[in-house]
Design a protein around this ligand. Structure first.
Ligand code: ZN
Length: 310
């Protein structure tokens, strides 16, 4: 029973308190006094922390945690110690608030926490405000994902941030929807060597920069294989993102080009042939557009009748 457990801790702590009183009288070393007082504080918090009325704002506990961190700047502090200092069971949430909402740099490892700088990071706090505003906004989850990706267009957004604005669930299906169904050019670690893990980047909202609609036929695994095999470099112009942007391209992203299939009718190809990496090449947006236009002109010349059908 948790209650009995808490009560036995309380009793143990009482006897430690007696010991503490005696040791203070004997002027024992400071470490012992600190450890004993901390255990007592922790036991009291566990016994009574859940029963007392909540503070109106919750700032009290958070302030105590922050003070404790600042007094032990750069030192690892256990969760139990934070529970004792704050006197509340929800101390982990307060640590999260300090980190995310207020921008304090707090490392976490094996349930240990460490404040790395006494002052908060203003940029991190402003980022948090932005996420929080979008989360509270009244758009659909997909609209909120797009809102975050567009503020500003071209910025790297983390999967954890996208997840936050849609209320904690996995946002990657919504990102895929925006990319595959709506054609928005959104890079992930699959498309681009400078993005890592679950980072995303919306490159443009200009309708003329939309992806080729058939790109959705190529699953993530195939795209990953082809792009990394080709070093994220376009087969035709031999450029990759960094070189293209340096040479003045406004928008650069890679897509899959099928070497043999008619680009306008990719969906009519048997899947096994369509997805065979040996028939696929990495092309940049500009080169793919150009390649398709050239192929259409060639088909029209070869078969003028077909043009009438569209
Ligand atoms: Zn190219």
């Amino acid at each position: 029973m948790p209650d009995n457990d808490a009560y036995s801790q309380f009793e143990r702590s009482l006897s430690q308190l007696a010991e503490l009183r005696d040791s203070v009288a004997r002027q024992t070393d400071a470490d012992f006094v600190f450890a004993a007082a901390q255990r007592l504080q922790l036991a009291l918090a566990r016994c009574y922390g859940g029963q007392r009325p909540r503070a109106a704002t919750g700032h009290g506990a958070r302030g105590r945690i922050l003070n404790h961190f600042q007094e032990h700047l750069g030192e690892w502090i256990t969760g139990e110690e934070l529970a004792a200092v704050s006197g509340i069971g929800e101390w982990a949430r307060r640590v999260r608030e300090l980190r995310l909402e207020q921008g304090y740099r707090i490392d976490e490892q094996d349930r240990m926490y460490r404040l790395m700088a006494a002052e908060p990071d203003g940029a991190a706090a402003r980022r948090w405000q932005k996420l929080s505003t979008i989360r509270r906004g009244d758009g659909t989850p997909k609209e909120r994902v797009l809102a975050l990706l567009s503020e500003p267009v071209g910025a790297v957004v983390l999967g954890s941030e996208l997840s936050y604005v849609v209320g904690g669930r996995d946002a990657s299906p919504l990102v895929r929807e925006l990319r595959d169904d709506d054609g928005l050019p959104i890079d992930s670690a699959i498309d681009c060597r400078d993005l890592r893990g679950d980072a995303f980047r919306l490159l443009s909202v200009d309708p003329t920069d939309r992806r080729d609609e058939h790109q959705r036929l190529f699953p993530e695994s195939v795209r990953a294989e082809v792009f990394s095999r080709d070093n994220y470099t376009c087969w035709r112009c031999r450029r990759e993102r960094a070189t293209a942007l340096a040479s003045g391209d406004r928008v650069f992203y890679v897509q899959i080009h099928h070497l043999h299939a008619d680009a306008d009718h990719l969906d009519r190809w048997p899947l096994a042939e369509l997805l065979d990496p040996a028939a696929l090449a990495t092309y940049c947006r500009a080169c793919l557009l150009d390649e398709h236009a050239t192929a259409r002109r060639a088909r029209r010349r070869a078969n003028p009748q077909a043009t009438a059908e569209g």
